[in-house]
Design a protein around this ligand. Sequence first.
Ligand SMILES: [Fe+2]
Ligand SMILES: [Fe+2]
Length: 279
Amino acid sequence: MTTQPLTDLPVRKLSIDLASGFARHWHGGDAYRSMYFNALSMSFPVGEQFFIDSVRAGVAVLEDKPQHAALRALCVQFIGQESTHRHLHGLYNRHLEGQGLRNRWQHWAQRRVERCRRIGLSPLNQLAVTAAYEHFTAALADATLRYQWMEGAEEKLQRMWNWHAAEEMEHKTIAFDLYRVLGGGSLRRIAWYVYVFAIFATESSWQTLDNLRRDRSLWRLATWGSAWRFWCGGQGMLRRCTGPLLAYLRPGFHPDDDDNRALSAQWLARYSAYWTRLK
Ligand SMILES: [Fe+2]
Ligand SMILES: [Fe+2]
């Protein structure tokens, strides 16, 4: 585990013009990559609202002790970061609807959130789900920056995805630490992770296929050539993310076991002209 405890999570306003839109194949003319990342974006507004609500529910039952003050403050900043993500991805997704894509993932996710509410899922279980998703996003975020997955994309979208990636890496410990402070154990955490993994893999695949179908690029050879490179290439998802994703199954796992804060800080420093600190 890293020796430096996290003390600050700045809430930033990213300078980006999404009103002017972007190309259908914004990722360097590559239909598969564009539609895969579009699919991920479609899940964010509902998903990140669930993360925010879970952390709020966890903080509400956190004992009012001095040793929890720092984590409580970081939770407030976490909520600020996720709020800005969902806001910007909401604008981005509106543009996708204008391009003829349909966000089906948001309805699947919303139905699940409503089911959780109906059955009264405890804050600890909500946090276990959130920590699982946060591990996915942190693993993908690390690969996005480390292997420059956004290279070749429209500049403003590179900026948006890389900014989101940098902040996901920055706040990757929050839901996990809150879960543990509230008494959450490894068995529950790992069980929810396996469930979340199955849901995420299924829904991201269906939404990507639906995007490609509506984009009329589903049956092109170039689409599946790109998919092969994205998943199986040297810098691809399977090669680079399988290890980090499996690491979560270790009972003693902590997100800071992989200390990648420097990578996130590097990007944020290099692009400091494009964001301002809100709080
Ligand atoms: Fe986020
Ligand atoms: Fe996050």
